[in-house]
Design a protein around this ligand. Sequence first.
Ligand SMILES: NC(=O)c1ccc[n+]([C@@H]2O[C@H](COP(=O)([O-])OP(=O)(O)OC[C@H]3O[C@@H](n4cnc5c(N)ncnc54)[C@H](O)[C@@H]3O)[C@@H](O)[C@H]2O)c1
Length: 418
Amino acid sequence: MNNYDIKDPTLAEEGKLRIDWAGREMPVIKLIKQRFAKEKPLKGVRISACLHVTTETANLALALKEGGADLVLCASNPLSTQDDVTAALVDYGIPVNAIKGEDNKTYYQHIITALEHKPQLTMDDGADLVSTLHKEYVELCHNVIGGTEETTTGVIRLRNMARKGKLSYPIIAVNDAQTKYLFDNRYGTGQSTIDGITRATNILWAGRKVVVCGYGWCGKGIAKRAQGLGAQAIITEVNPISALEAAMDGYRVMPLSDACRIGEVFITATGDASVIDKAHMLQMKDGAIIANSGHFNVEINIPALESLAKSKRRVRPFVDEYTLSDGRHIYLLGEGRLINLAAAEGHPASVMDMSFTNQALCVEYLVKMKGKLKPDVYPVPEEIDKEVGRLKLASMNITIDSLTEEQKEYLQSWESGT
Ligand SMILES: NC(=O)c1ccc[n+]([C@@H]2O[C@H](COP(=O)([O-])OP(=O)(O)OC[C@H]3O[C@@H](n4cnc5c(N)ncnc54)[C@H](O)[C@@H]3O)[C@@H](O)[C@H]2O)c1
């Protein structure tokens, strides 16, 4: 095996221990792995996967390999890779092209190496692999049976491609499964974003004024966890319904042009660009901390911050101090990249158990449906979403009620009222 590029192969044992540790929290993917080992539903299928290379992803990758897949992996973000995990996976016979902190050129070179695998299936998180395939390797598209997409931003990009007639094969929006966004985006991003900022800064959250930009699934989780630690969360939004939800969930809601003067910590989770812009930075308090948990490092206008700064220095790992010409300091965390993966370990394994079971089952589904789906973005089949929920509940030893015959009939009728 020579089609890999990682930081340090000697980290393999450390990586294996951590992969096993995460695996203890992933009982559902373990079940799927056992079934895949018997049935080999992905036998010989070439998969190129562009995902955050973490211990949880490793458990998914091992399940796919057990199912017979011929898999290569690259990173979906230059700063989210865990180098011990890459070493362990290579040792397990899965080629990985990813190094934490790689520059943009290397990041895309690694995507290209993954594409040179001539995938029959693509797995993406943010749609960089799929867009590179369609822009630079379009001749390889005819090999591809289908793909999956893990995150909100990727799904938005793919829907734009489909609308413009540019998407050449079917892709399942794993992000949009209820067993994904309701748990991963909300509880996973909520907890791990606070974890990343805490690890980077060691700040006390209690009493802190925290501005959360975006009250979607990630923003809801982040605000709730910050509030739970005693912070005063302020929400900024552009969608009136989400803003209303935030207000009725008990948060202060205001435009960022007001919040920028009050906030002490700012966290973006919008999937949008230049949310925190120059005008806001000019109004921030001395010592303001800014971090992003959205997919790309465009939510904070970093070039604007660079242009305002008269000097910049790294004061702790993942903390860059920008000194503005009036002497104020602004602290940018994790170079504006998703802070939960840059400065912490990403989502806890227990929640990725559901997201990645969706991934594994959707990959299996795409192989079964080969040639039957036209190029478009598809939802996760409801049976898969429900099955993931059922298996996760069972793994948590939670049982629930089921409908009686009378209730089933009632819920399908219209005749009876008061
Ligand atoms: N860090 C992670 O591990 C992680 C995990 C899941 C998703 N994500 C990413 O986080 C981002 C948000 O995902 P989501 O699932 O919460 O999306 P979402 O669509 O549920 O929510 C985004 C919210 O941001 C709001 N918004 C858009 N532009 C805004 C602006 N300029 N100011 C204020 N609010 C604005 C929207 O109205 C929406 O309510 C995406 O980029 C997604 O890919 C990151």
